[in-house]
Design a protein around this ligand. Structure first.
Ligand code: FE2
Length: 914
């Protein structure tokens, strides 16, 4: 009893010490996170430096192990305990220590040789060695919260190379294994792939971690072959049961959890994927169906409980969790508070552009202490102001004042955003520069079925644009590649009757014709606004607005441009951003974990580009794209938003057109030319997204080529790679099962390189181009309104006269209300923010591989990436390239790779984490 009592006293005193340091950690958590890498790196180097002195074997150690030629190996584990990373469970550490000390339930380490036991098929393994003094290790807690444990293991000289390590965890709680390395007798270190949550393991089933030395399946050392296969089986699961937080199972499901019909039948949403609507698959959670609709999956209890495989969650401070939490905080706490403030106003609309600009100085005084609302939820979800303060410039002195930074589009000039040339510039250097197409014929032709959607009539005629063509005929302008189109006609028309039947939502399907001037800039010259027939036998309604070039502002033209922007904003958020990056990536990620071993070279290549995406997608399903979530409430398609993305996925998306060169060619914006730089001629030479993007594409493709050359000798070695082929088959037949076109066989090195380059391009460059400029351009809501509330009145009406008399007021009353605008501003401010530990293209953590051939190739890649950034800056400084800055003086930096933390309008992270 005395022993137990004194032990508890010891534990308690340690706990007090930890609690004090714990508070300090909370106080400076963001700063600490950015120190983690540096601390761990420092720790590693010091371990290596002191290694030889610590490797003397005590005389009794070899005797105990009974080995004839003993070799002492020192294993170094850097771990984060659960209570450091999960602030909710502050007693976890105490329970672990008690189990370790009082019950003898230990964390154990066992080494696995690359060789088999001689004359058998059995793996050669060391003794299982427990980590001693687990509870005393808190004396060694770094400021970042990590702790280093060391274990000495003796093996015989004939043991061979250590290829893996098995770690058992008999504690009640999980811990995060940040790094694991072995200091060898000669003082060098061998590193193992870790970065993983280690949940409690069964006695005979410790987790295995492989050395950071990859190989194709056929080259796997004999001693590791069974472990390689078994590890994949564990991750695949058996497709049944509800997933628990501790699971590492990757499996597929359809999108059937966006609705909430048990709460309100109006919140029922169709199943996307596997039936009426084609869609990429998401990770399976196995939650039970709703009571109202057996095809829909019920929501998890609380707002912080959506399953993702445990290694996808990483740490709470990491981008995906931290920023994701901020999104949830905004959705659940700030949005209701914003609505409450504006509910008291006489008019829901801004009264002038100046009133919007004043918002950046004044902020919004939220009339209640938001941080005190809903105490239970607050325990699970940290204070929204704390989160936003850490991420943004929210006023830190007033807990109820929500402030917004001045968006870059109006930082230099408050007027130029509305110019026609700026409208044209944003189609090639804005947030959504991958929609504009070369106009192949005039008037444009719809591809919608006339039996369903009526005659392909258009109101556009030659006389609408002839005056704007610098003396060319329409045919001459087409042949000179001078005419372009921003065409949302076919995407929106089929949905317009349903969209416009929703309360307060009125919009068009738009087509905008743009002319490329001799200066190389784009000018919108005609806009067609289309409405479908209201009845099966009715007539479609098409109206055309033309650019007038008069000194006096033509407000009807400006409102028409506003409706184009509403189409563009919806398409940008739902298709270019959500569908083409977040949603399509998830099946690639699931399939990789299920079919490619951590030992596989392609796993090692892709893993930095697949990190955090499943986590942020799960948070988006809860707070952004869910029924009555931020997207549905503030974008014109409303409840049809994600359904619309499913229609585009089914009809237009194809994998072989997601790489930049293929995309440019498909849109007619470039033509192949083997002699040209990057093998393409651009129709618009000063096309900032394409110019910067092609530089990055070529750098990526060269890196992928150099990397695959190391591991694949020829096409046959690609075909013979069983894991690679299983991965690709699962992507095509399961993860993207609804898409039957757009896939190539993975049977040559060339096809493999193209597919891998595309798979890296999407989460890095494509996502950066559409994500990190959101606040810069759309943080000023009238530049990119997300929603429209009324149509343009007919010319012979009193309302049309009002439009002419007070155009600014009419404009403001047509689009986002104050509530809608500020909700979107709050959301995109978070989405546009880089966290302090962002990992950018061309960077990887230390010790990611020990293969010198790979490291040399990666150095060349880093140099190529740096060159692309230098070229971005040089081009932005060239006054001849008018599309790089425009009259708003906003340089195109969305594909400049590096960035500091915060809202910078630049930076290309490795993966989609926001
Ligand atoms: Fe994103």
């Amino acid at each position: 009893m005395a022993t137990i009592a004194s032990t508890c006293q010891l534990l308690f005193s340690h706990k007090t010490t930890v609690s004090r340091s714990f508070e300090r950690r909370i106080a400076s958590r963001t700063h600490q996170r950015c120190l983690v890498t540096a601390k761990v790196a420092k720790q590693k180097s010091s371990s290596v430096a002191t290694a030889p002195a610590s490797l003397e074997i005590a005389p009794d150690v070899a005797t105990q192990r009974g080995v004839s030629s003993p070799v002492l190996l020192e294993c170094v584990l850097v771990v984060y305990k659960k209570n450091v990373l999960d602030l909710v469970d502050v007693l976890a550490d105490f329970r672990d220590d008690a189990a370790d000390l009082l019950l003898g339930k230990k964390v154990t380490v066992q080494l696995v040789s690359e060789e088999l036991l001689p004359g058998t098929q059995e793996p050669k393994m060391s003794d299982v060695v427990p980590i001693s003094h687990w509870y005393c290790a808190r004396d060694r807690i770094e400021a970042s919260g990590c702790i280093t444990h060391k274990v000495q293991i003796v093996v015989d000289k004939s043991f061979g190379t250590v290829g893996a390590v098995r770690i058992g965890n008999a504690h009640p709680n999980e811990f995060f294994l940040s790094t694991f390395h072995i200091v060898q007798p000669d003082g060098t270190s061998a590193y193992f792939t870790s970065d993983s949550w280690l949940h409690p393991t069964a006695e005979n089933c410790p987790r295995i971690f492989f050395r950071n030395k990859v190989c194709l399946p056929g080259n796997t050392p004999l001693g590791l072959r069974n472990f390689r296969a078994r590890e994949l089986q564990d991750i695949q699961g058996d497709g049944t049961g509800e997933r628990k937080d501790s699971d590492r199972v990757y499996d597929y499901d359809v999108y059937n959890d966006l609705g909430n019909p048990d709460n309100d039948i109006e919140l029922r949403r169709p199943v996307l994927g596997g039936g009426e609507f084609a869609y990429p698959r998401r990770v399976r959670t196995g939650r039970p169906p709703t009571q109202t609709d057996p095809r829909s999956e019920s929501l998890p209890p609380g707002i912080d409980n959506m399953y993702v495989p445990s290694d996808e969650t990483f740490m709470r401070e990491k981008n995906s969790n931290f920023v994701g939490d901020t999104i949830k905080a905004a959705a659940h706490f700030l949005v209701p508070a914003i609505k409450s403030v504006y509910r008291r106003d006489k008019s829901p609309y801004f009264q002038s552009f100046e009133q919007i600009i004043a918002l950046y100085d004044d902020g919004i005084e939220l009339g209640q202490d938001v941080s005190s609302t809903n105490a239970n939820e607050k325990k699970k979800l940290r204070n929204p102001f704390t989160l936003i303060n850490q991420l943004t410039d929210t006023d830190k002195t007033n807990n109820n004042l929500l402030k917004y930074p001045l968006p870059q589009i109006i930082q230099d000039d408050c007027e130029s955003w509305m110019l026609d040339y700026e409208f044209g510039r944003q189609t090639i250097a804005g947030l959504n520069p991958m929609i504009i197409k070369k106009l192949e014929c005039y008037p444009p032709v719809s591809s919608l079925d006339p039996k369903i959607f009526g005659p392909k009539a258009t109101a556009l005629k030659d006389e609408h644009i002839l005056d704007q063509l610098n003396g060319l005929t329409v045919q001459e302008a087409l042949e000179a590649n001078k005419l372009f189109i921003l065409d949302y006609h076919d995407a929106f028309l089929p949905y317009l009757n349903r969209i416009n039947a929703q309360e307060g939502k009125k919009t068009y399907a738009t087509r905008t014709i743009l002319f490329l001037t001799d200066r190389g800039v784009l000018k919108p010259i005609a806009i067609e606004l289309s409405l479908p027939a209201a009845t099966a036998t009715g007539q479609r309604k098409n109206r055309v607005f033309v650019c007038s070039d008069t000194p006096k502002r033509d407000w009807a033209w400006e409102v028409a441009k506003g409706h184009v922007a509403v189409n563009d904003c919806g398409y940008h958020q739902l298709i270019s951003h959500w569908l083409r990056t977040h949603a399509v990536m998830e099946p690639f990620i699931i399939a990789m974990h299920r079919q490619l071993s951590i030992l596989h070279p392609i796993y090692l290549l892709l893993i930095p580009h697949f990190k955090d995406t499943m986590t942020i997608n799960s948070k988006a399903r809860q707070s952004l794209i869910n029924a009555s979530g931020i997207i549905e409430d503030n974008f014109t398609p409303g409840k049809y938003s994600i359904e619309l993305s499913a229609v585009v996925y089914g009809s237009l998306w194809r994998f072989d057109q997601q790489g930049l060169p293929a995309d440019l060619i498909a849109r007619g914006m470039a033509t192949p030319n083997p002699k040209a730089r990057h093998g393409l001629d651009l129709l618009i030479e000063d096309y900032p997204y394409a110019v910067d993007g092609l530089n990055l594409w070529s750098a990526l493709k060269q890196w992928v080529t150099d990397y695959t050359d190391i591991f694949y000798k020829d096409d046959a070695s690609v075909r013979d790679d069983t894991e690679l082929q299983a991965w690709w088959q699962e992507i095509v037949n399961v993860g993207h099962a609804d898409k039957k076109v757009g896939w190539t066989d993975l049977n040559t090195k060339a096809n493999l390189i193209e597919a891998l380059t595309t798979m890296i391009w999407i989460p890095s460059c494509h996502h950066a181009a559409v994500n990190f400029g959101q606040y810069a351009y759309a943080g000023f809501p009238v530049n990119r309104p997300t929603i429209s509330h009324k149509l343009i009145p007919d010319e012979d009406t009193e309302e049309y006269k009002q439009l002419r008399r007070n155009g600014e007021k009419f404009y403001l009353s047509s689009f986002s209300t104050k509530t809608e605008a500020t909700q979107v501003m709050t959301t995109i401010e978070i989405l546009s923010t880089h966290s302090s530990d962002e990992e950018y293209l061309g960077t990887r953590p230390e010790h990611w591989t020990s293969d010198k051939r790979v490291l040399d190739a990666f150095e060349r890649f880093k140099a190529a990436i740096a060159e692309t950034e230098a070229e971005v800056m040089a081009k932005n400084a060239d006054p001849e390239l008018e599309n790089r800055r425009g009259l708003v003086n906003l340089p195109y930096t969305l594909l400049a790779v590096s960035s500091s933390p915060g809202i910078t309008g630049r930076g290309v992270p490795n993966s989609i984490s926001i």
